[in-house]
Design a protein around this ligand. Structure first.
Ligand code: ATP
Length: 322
């Protein structure tokens, strides 16, 4: 039996379908990410799973039992499902340890472990107004975790954090799965948050799932430009460009555009690739982003060495020989 089964879940708001017939299931310890542009319905979906928003139709089955919505229960929510909103608030005038004790269903040792996993064990005596934003976020997460949920729903957990605190929280989320045996489902619109973490990604657009797959599959084979754009930089390979590259690469030729990531192009020797005129070469930290013009279309590629200059003619092919 799956830990979570979502079947035909929909929500109508002011006459519009904001979540449209969503179905998927999640196994124990499977890491699922839901991605989508702003307003695509991610938060509404997550709240319905948590029992905090009433579905208009469809159902959520958690550990074999239907999750009731807020219109069916006095106190909304499900004790086995933890939900951390991107707009969480910590109560004022309490010490961190008091907040943890108030929400805890666990013994002192287990609370201590959760505080350690969340990297907040050194903050237990602090008052809530004495914390930074990143610390507050990890304490809010610890408060959800001490209620001992088997499923943790995280709504854009990294959105307000700087790089350093984001990395700490990413390690925390990794550890939650490994050390606390809590299954996680998170939503994010940032590809860096989901690609390296998730086992499975569902992409939402206007309330519907438009693509589902492993991170590699979603990144390398986006089914449309919306999915391609959500997960990083991309080039549109028109049918005409595909014919030009097919002379040097094994390409399936069809009449539709396909989407190629910058790192999938490589610089090659004359006679082994398509001729391209360099328009610009910009350093971007891990590589140079080089814009070239091929048959009047611009292509962005990433080069780590042999970086050309503006105006140079180079030869470009795709990774993998024909
Ligand atoms: N109570 C409501 N009344 C009317 N429309 C709503 C309500 N709640 C959400 N919506 C609309 O439903 C759509 C989905 O909202 P939701 O917050 O679920 O999207 P999201 O993908 O989480 O967005 P974001 O990434 O910006 O948080 C949006 O167009 C939003 O304006």
């Amino acid at each position: 039996m799956s830990l979570l089964t979502v079947s035909g879940l929909s929500r109508v708001e002011e006459g519009s379908l904001i979540v449209n017939n969503i179905s998927f299931s999640q196994e124990h310890n499977q890491k699922i990410a839901i991605s989508g542009a702003t307003g695509s319905g991610k938060t509404s979906l997550l709240k319905m799973i948590a029992g905090l928003l009433q579905p208009t139709s469809g159902e959520v089955i958690f550990e074999g039992i239907r999750v009731q919505g807020p219109e069916e229960k006095l106190i909304p929510g499900h004790p086995g499902i933890g939900y951390l909103s991107q707009y969480f608030k910590l109560r004022n005038h309490y010490r961190v340890e008091e907040l943890l004790a108030m929400s805890s269903h666990l013994g002192t040792e287990e609370v201590r472990t959760i505080a350690e996993v969340c990297r907040v064990d050194h903050l237990l005596h602090r008052w809530t107004h004495q914390l930074s934003g990143g610390e507050k976020q990890r304490i809010a997460l610890a408060i959800v975790l001490v209620a001992a949920p088997s499923l943790l729903l995280l709504d854009e957990p990294y959105s307000n954090l700087d790089g350093i605190h984001k990395n700490i929280l990413k390690s925390v989320v990794e550890d939650i799965g490994q050390h606390l045996d809590t299954t996680c489902l998170l939503i994010s619109h940032d590809p860096l948050d989901t690609l390296s973490w998730a086992d499975m990604i569902y992409v939402l657009k206007a309330g519907s799932i438009v693509q589902q797959g492993t991170p590699v599959n979603i990144y390398r084979q986006p089914i449309n430009e919306y999915v391609a754009a959500l997960f990083g930089k991309y080039n549109i390979l028109t049918p005409a460009l595909a014919i030009a590259f097919s002379e040097y690469n094994d390409l399936e030729l069809n009449r539709i555009n396909s989407f190629i990531r910058p790192e999938e192009f490589k610089r090659t020797e004359k006679g082994k690739g398509v001729e391209a005129m360099v328009e610009s070469a910009r350093f971007c930290g891990h590589a140079y982003e080089v814009m070239v013009r091929v048959q009047s279309k611009s292509i962005t590629m990433l080069l780590h060495h042999d970086v050309p200059s503006k105006g140079d003619v180079i030869y470009v092919s795709l990774e993998g020989e024909a």
